[in-house]
Ligand binder design. Structure first.
Ligand code: NAP
Length: 262
């Protein structure tokens, strides 16, 4: 990655994405900001131009709309100055699975997974060809815990983690860095948008702290960054247990406990 490469950030109009935009602008990177709210993007772009002097373009798009998503994919494919993708746009959905409408469930999956993987797919071949660049995917600790009771949201975030782990195996040897960032509850508009009163929640992380921690992980080229996890040994143990399980899979042989009694 070159120091003045361009960063494309989805969901940049507010919250975690807007904070990433602010931080990367102050690091001297030019930006392409993507979200639906054009007025908010323009206001942020103008203030970052004035604060930092970097070039900031906006690319308004609803990432659940195939033609608008395709325009962002085309930009990622064609604009060789973009070396970093921050795949951040996302939403949550409150309520139990049986109370959520099929329409809302579908839209959530489209935004949190389909759009995210399509954008990664649009940029990855070009970055691999260039032998540099980064893809940052914003997951969530909810993707580790069905017990949190947000099944569809958590499932989309489990997808983000798995995808990031897989892409890292493929792309790291080609010089492309992949990071999954797993925030826990962070004070942004996501709660209100999902119909959850933020004041009913326990303490949340400040969005500045979350993004600064994510960038510490980024600068260390860490694959999985979990800012609210205090003992990193827990993540390492989970990963080791997973690899232990995988090493015990014997494809051609049914495990003894499933063999019918003679
Ligand atoms: P936020 O404040 O609600 O911001 C979401 C961003 O995504 C906004 O810029 C929004 O802009 C954009 N967006 C929403 N729907 C979109 C669509 N259809 N097309 C394009 N852009 C869209 O949420 P946030 O907390 O910053 O969340 C950012 C990411 O962090 C998400 O992936 C979220 O799942 C993840 N995360 C958040 C938390 C938390 O507690 N806040 C915890 C774990 C993970 P427009 O409305 O202008 O389109």
């Amino acid at each position: 990655m070159t120091s003045h490469s361009t960063v494309l950030i989805t969901g940049a109009s507010t919250g975690i994405g807007a904070t990433y935009a602010q931080r990367f602008a102050h690091r001297g990177h030019n930006l392409v900001l993507v979200a639906r709210d054009k007025a908010r993007l323009e206001a942020l772009a103008e203030s970052l131009r004035q604060e930092t002097g970097v070039t900031v373009n906006i690319l308004p798009a609803d990432l659940t709309q195939p033609d608008e998503l395709a325009a962002v994919e085309a930009r990622l494919r064609e604009d060789a100055k973009i070396e970093i993708l921050i795949n951040n746009a996302g939403a949550a959905l409150s309520g139990s699975f049986i109370s959520q409408s099929t329409e809302d469930v579908g839209r959530l999956v489209t935004l949190n997974t389909t759009a995210l993987v399509r954008l990664a797919s649009a940029i990855a071949p070009r970055l691999a060809q260039a032998g540099k660049g980064a893809i940052v995917n914003i997951g969530s600790v909810v993707g580790l815990a069905p017990e949190f009771g947000m099944s569809v949201y958590g499932a989309t975030k489990a997808f983000v983690l798995f995808l990031s782990q897989g892409l890292s195996l493929e792309l790291t040897p080609k010089g492309v860095y992949v990071q999954a960032v797993l925030p826990a509850g962070t004070r942004t508009e996501i709660w209100e948008r999902a119909g959850i009163d933020v004041n009913t929640l326990a303490d949340l992380m400040h969005v500045d702290d979350l993004v600064d921690a994510a960038l510490v992980g980024f600068d260390r080229r860490e694959l999985v960054t979990i800012p609210p996890l205090h003992d990193a040994a827990h993540w390492e143990a989970l990963n080791a247990a997973r690899l232990g399980l995988v090493s015990d899979l014997r494809q051609a042989h049914v495990a003894e406990r499933y063999q019918a009694a003679p």
